[in-house]
Ligand binder design. Structure first.
Ligand code: SF4
Length: 812
């Protein structure tokens, strides 16, 4: 990354923290820059409770600040979700703040797109640049707001950005992480049992964890619970995975399985449970819809353990034993739902099959099974959204059976890259996402970004995607801002606050301020454009006097700035105080966490064990919650909009709350109404080749932590796992460079030959291989998985299939 700065300003010292030519100044300089003239005095340490953002878990922490510098992050024991724990990434959050490569001020591209040449700009200049481009595009596209797309990753400020782009600016082309993440898992459960819920690992007696590497892939405090409490009290753990992972080390039974065959495994478990009448007949009778149809389907298709053995490589007797043991421990048995991405084309059906199998034991909405919990309500401010007659529906609406408001990344990207869109898509706003690393087939993402007239990236770091932007807007980190207040549902619900610990460094701003700035510059010019092209507005406002027109604009939501009357802190207060009062608000700000009766309920049991709710106040079952239950709370809120699937499920709409074995409405869309194994959907591995799988590591959160020097100390680059015997045949030894080639690309990476992965399978973790020269520490360390993962989508939600790419491996 090259930032052009004048010699004069350099000598004035005003850009002392700039990244120039890819070299960065040391951390000590950064800390020095935060000092004031008074800083030689030692001041008392100030402690501010806030929330971590180094991954999606949002653990509560207390930041220690002295002389304006954050010295340490400690866990906050009050939050039931994080139970007085911060993981390695949480501790390393300080480096997210003081990373010398951070984006410090707005940048405008001065070279060709992708060559990394930028000039420093003021915020006014950057907003003006964006305004001019947008006004021109929207004039040429006759006020079709959807010609500017926008995307984001998960985060507490995501709604702030989304609300502006969707509700006020008015584009339908939104894409978030769902289709490259949890979409099929969330939706499979939501459409089958009414919600994704959470596995009550604290109370389960028998847990099947398939392809979920909790011990290292998502090392959150509740993961620690799994190993500390669940295993400590003797619960049985079965791990099903092509790799002998750090989770498998803790298992009572480790089951290696061929990649992409989990559906056959679950269907065979179901066969054993049904054939041998092991299931909870009373629960099934009361709660299942179309059970007899499903039963007949499983038996007629002959999904026997012997049939599954040939597909999965799992011995029939192992399948039989697991089915028996699971049902013997039911209802305190959990088939862990799984997180992360879609593995194969059948992923949605896999999650449905898992949900139905769990439900056969009666372990739904019950202690020790899959529970839905409860959420504490907050008041929500209504947004006065305008209706733009010329804004068209999202471009990839027909790419799969159900494309919801979070879209299909691959389908959307490919349509834009190929110029195959129903109307021109000419711009993209990117917030807190890095599609150049996170979406399969990097070349196509680059092609798509190259086609656009305007790319704006809002980020804290100069990511690979930022290097493709016309304008880069520096967001401040989570330690420098207040985010929208958050209510966490669960067995022990709580409300938490991410508060600003120190003022934003350099010229960075919170996203709410960035959206406010955009609203201000776009407000009048875009209104004029709407008046010029919007037939409905023209009919409504014909012959209106200026005062009437002004009133009409305000009343109908066309004033883009009207949502920013209050700052984030005031908005949070408003959402909270109406329900819980002023005193509770003060308590929340002081402690960072609130739930009714917290003072009375919260107890320290021993050095590091806490009680948050008495056992009889925990929300294991929504059945017992009566009117307090909020159906929206059962759905994982970042991946699915309950309204979009309401027509497809009956759960919570009927008094019987049925578990859906047969989805007739999906059949009408060409999707199997019941989980069915389809040989034609399974990608076979040709002789001598490998199937590529990807995953995560405990110390890294996707690519968000890729430049964090504290974490890179623990692991500098990723290595490719290859079965040791396969490696030997090819003369590959530990640390040798290998080339991995798929149909769409090729990478070079160091090899890790090991017996811990089954033959014909290759694995390396996601989040490495950045090419941005602005990232001093992450630049070209290891390989990016999405350079080689083919861009194929599954048929239900258009989610990216991550585990069906065939690769060749050769020693370099
Ligand atoms: S699990 Fe770790 S990284 Fe994630 S929020 Fe908690 S402390 Fe932060």
């Amino acid at each position: 990354m090259k930032v052009e700065i004048s010699r004069r300003r350099f000598l004035q010292g005003s850009v002392a923290l700039s990244v120039v030519g890819g070299t960065a100044l040391g951390t000590s300089n950064i800390l020095a820059d935060t000092k004031t003239s008074e800083d030689n005095k030692i001041r008392p340490t100030k402690k501010t409770p806030t929330l971590c953002e180094m991954c999606v878990n949002k653990c509560a922490l207390i930041a220690q600040v002295r002389n304006g510098v954050i010295k340490k992050l400690d866990p906050n024991p009050l939050f039931p979700k994080s139970k007085n724990m911060l993981c390695a990434r949480g501790d390393a959050g300080i480096h997210a703040l003081y990373d010398p490569d951070r984006l410090k001020y707005p940048l405008i591209r001065s070279g060709k797109r992708g060559d990394g040449k930028y000039r420093r700009a003021s915020w006014d200049e950057a907003f003006e640049y964006i305004k001019e481009k947008m006004v021109k595009i929207l004039d040429e596209e006759k006020d079709n707001r959807s010609c500017i797309g926008y995307c984001t990753g998960e985060g507490m400020a995501e709604p702030t950005y989304k609300e502006f782009m969707s509700e006020k600016f008015g584009s339908s082309n939104f894409i978030n992480h769902a289709s490259i993440c949890l979409q099929t898992a969330i939706s499979g459960y939501a459409l089958t049992i009414g919600g994704y819920g959470m596995a009550d690992l604290d109370n389960a007696k028998y847990i099947i964890m398939a392809g979920a590497n909790r011990a290292e892939a998502i090392l959150t405090p509740d993961t620690m619970d799994l190993f500390k409490r669940t295993r400590g009290r003797g619960a049985k753990l079965v791990v099903v995975d092509p790799r002998f992972t750090n989770t498998a080390i803790h298992a009572d039974t480790y089951v290696p399985i061929k990649v992409g065959t989990d559906l056959a495994f679950v269907l065979a478990l179901t066969y054993v449970a049904i054939k041998n009448r092991l299931y909870n007949r009373e629960f099934v009778e009361k709660n299942f819809d179309n059970f007899n149809v499903y039963k007949l389907h499983i038996l007629q298709q002959n999904y026997t353990p012997q049939w599954a053995e040939k597909i999965t490589g799992v011995p029939a007797e192992t399948i039989e034993k697991i089915a028996y043991d699971f049902m013997a421990n039911a209802p305190e048995s959990v088939y862990y739902q799984g997180r992360r991405s879609t593995w194969a084309a059948t992923d949605f059906q896999l999650r449905r099959a898992q949900a139905i199998f769990s439900a056969l034991g009666g372990g739904i909405d019950i202690k020790g099974g899959i529970v839905f919990g409860r959420k504490l309500p907050l008041d929500k401010e209504e947004i006065n959204s305008p209706i733009y007659a010329n804004a068209q529906e999202r471009i990839e609406k027909k790419a799969a059976a159900i494309i919801g408001s979070s879209g299909s990344w691959i389908a959307w990207r490919n349509m834009v890259a190929q110029g195959n869109t129903p109307y021109p898509v000419r711009g993209l706003f990117v917030y807190k996402q890095n599609p150049m690393l996170s979406v399969p087939n990097v070349k196509k993402t680059k092609e798509m970004l190259e086609k656009l007239d305007l790319v704006v990236v809002i980020d804290t770091m100069p990511s690979d995607t930022a290097m493709m932007a016309d304008v880069i807007l520096p967001e401040c980190t989570y330690l420098e801002r207040e985010d929208p207040i958050k209510s966490f549902g669960g067995i022990e619900p709580a409300i938490v606050l991410r508060q600003k610990v120190i003022n934003p460094m350099y010229e960075s701003k919170p996203v709410i301020e960035i959206m406010k700035g955009l609203a201000k510059v776009l407000n009048d010019p875009l209104w004029k454009n709407t008046l010029k092209y919007d037939g409905d507005v023209q009919d409504d406002t014909k012959d209106m006097k200026p005062d009437e027109l002004k009133k009409y604009r305000k009343e109908n939501g066309f004033d883009l700035e009207d949502m920013y009357g209050a700052n984030q802190e005031e908005m949070n207060k408003k959402s909270f105080v109406g329900k819980y009062g002023e005193e509770a608000w003060k308590e929340l700000r002081a402690k960072g966490v609130f739930y009714p009766h917290m003072k009375e309920y919260f107890k320290q049991i021993d050095k590091n064990t806490f009680e948050y709710y008495p056992e009889n106040k925990k929300s294991y079952s929504i059945d017992k919650l009566g009117e307090e239950a909020d159906p929206d709370a059962y759905i994982h809120d970042t991946c699915i909009n309950p309204k979009e699937i309401s027509e497809l499920r009956k759960f919570f709409k009927t008094p019987s709350k049925k578990i859906e074995c047969y989805l007739g409405n999906l059949k009408k869309k060409g999707i199997d109404a019941m989980p069915t194994w389809r040989e034609e959907s399974y990608v076979k591995i040709p002789k001598g080749k490998f199937k590529f799988i990807t995953g995560r590591h405990a110390q890294f959160t996707q690519d968000a932590t890729q430049n964090n020097i504290m974490l890179l100390e623990l692991m500098k680059e990723n290595y490719a796992w290859i079965n040791d015997k396969e490696a030997e045949k090819r003369g590959i030894k530990f640390g040798d460079e290998i080339e991995v080639t798929s149909k769409i690309g090729s990478v070079r990476i160091k090899a890790y030959p090991t017996p811990k992965i089954i033959p014909q399978t290759l694995f390396y973790i996601h989040g490495f291989g950045a090419k941005s020269t602005g990232l001093t520490f992450a630049h070209r360390n290891g390989a990016s998985d999405n350079e080689i993962i083919e861009d194929r989508i599954e048929p239900v939600f258009g989610s990216a299939i991550m585990h069906d790419t065939i690769v060749d491996v050769r020693k370099v």
